[in-house]
Design a protein around this ligand. Structure first.
Ligand code: IPM
Ligand code: MG
Length: 363
């Protein structure tokens, strides 16, 4: 099993280091190879996704990714900015299916900004289409307007587009995931306004015919944003396009009070995947050793389950994380009174200890 490890920028290096320690503690036959990505790769090779990094990612069975980005790269032209690395990996590796669970840990119910009873037991899976939509649609660019409200003015434009097969394959991913859960899918679109959304709705409805045991409802994205904070537990699987999924998955993550806890998977047609925490590179706290490594550690667990066919090892990591939380260990982002504040490395130590079956004690 070959794993490409791409730590990236900011807290990326710190949290990935802990996830790699956890993977090694499993004592399975992994071949782990590391390469720079994002701003770190720009510094080293002049490009956020240099050829050797892309080649390594293509050759691996799975990719563990930290985070990319730093304010200091904001002035670079778009093609050289760190974010292009993750967009490039998604596109070049065909990682069209993004799975973002929003799970509220019972030990962390009070960390949510919503009332505890609204989020206790929350378990949503957002499935975001990841290689289409306005993110990648051509044409895009800048030009001088020849029509519209201000002919002759400079304008910019992007193209929202989806093809039937692109929608079909993500719909299958959603319905199949629903079968392993409570068989309920909410498809989110803006079909009252957008052509792409109308096609989305038609295609998702057509694919449902192959899944008579699954329940489907459709919801406009504005309403979905509202329902997510009104009654989040009314959702189970949400399937949506790239742009809406970007926004709703951040919203859903925050419901759990702890974006530092949430893993994600981005899969291709054969379940090869890139695994990364749902949060970003947090340059404001980089290098301080206080970032929460659990989202990355849980991403490694997802990697074992979805791409490396090691569900038992995945379960071991997830139980270890649960044990660490039950022992009251918390990084700063999830700390509350009466719990023990620990740093990034100590949190990694605790998960490794729990994996090895050592009893955890509160210091
Ligand atoms: C995400 C991020 C990316 C996205 C950025 C970094 C390009 O926000 O993974 O959700 O918009 O997809
Ligand atoms: Mg995002």
């Amino acid at each position: 099993m070959k794993i490409a490890v791409l730590p990236g920028d900011g807290i990326g290096t710190e949290i990935v280091e802990q996830a790699v320690r956890v993977l090694r503690a499993l004592e399975l036959a992994f071949e782990i190879e590391q390469a720079p990505v994002g701003g770190a790769a720009y510094e080293a090779h002049g490009h956020p996704l240099p050829e050797p990094t892309l080649t390594l990612a293509k050759a691996a069975d799975a990719i563990l990714f930290g985070a990319v980005g730093d304010w200091k790269y904001d002035k670079l032209e778009r093609a050289l900015r760190p974010e292009q690395a993750i967009l490039g990996l998604r596109k070049q590796l065909g990682l069209f299916a993004n799975l973002r669970p929003a799970l509220c840990y019972r030990q962390l119910t009070d960390a949510s900004s919503l009332k505890a009873d609204l989020v206790a037991g929350l378990d949503i899976l957002i499935i975001r289409e990841l290689t289409g939509d306005i993110y990648f649609g051509q044409p895009r660019g800048r030009r001088v307007a020849t029509d519209g409200h201000f002919p002759g003015a400079q304008e910019a434009f992007d193209t929202m587009r989806y093809s039937r097969p692109e929608i079909e394959r993500i719909a299958h991913v959603a319905f199949q995931a629903a079968r392993k859960r409570s068989r309920k899918v909410t498809s989110v679109d803006k079909a009252n306004v957008l052509e792409t959304s109308q096609l989305w709705r038609d295609v998702v409805t057509a694919v449902l015919a192959l899944y008579p045991d699954v329940e489907l409802d459709h919801m406009y994205v504005d309403n979905a944003a509202m329902q997510l904070v009104r009654a989040p537990k009314s959702f189970d699987v949400i399937v949506t396009g790239n742009l809406f999924g970007d926004i709703l998955s951040d919203e859903a993550a925050m419901l759990t009070g702890s974006i530092g806890m949430l893993p994600s998977a981005s899969l291709d047609v054969r379940n090869k995947g890139l695994y990364e925490p749902s949060h970003g590179s947090a340059p404001d706290i980089a290098g301080q050793g206080i970032a929460n490594p659990l989202a990355t550690i849980l991403s490694a667990a997802m990697m074992l389950r979805y791409s490396l066919n090691q569900p038992e090892a995945a379960g071991r990591i997830e139980r270890a994380v649960d044990a660490v939380l039950s022992a009251g260990l918390r990084t700063a982002d999830i700390w509350s009174p009466n719990t023990t504040k620990v740093g990034t490395r100590e949190m990694g130590d605790a998960v490794v200890a729990a994996l090895r079956g050592k009893a955890l004690t509160r210091s």
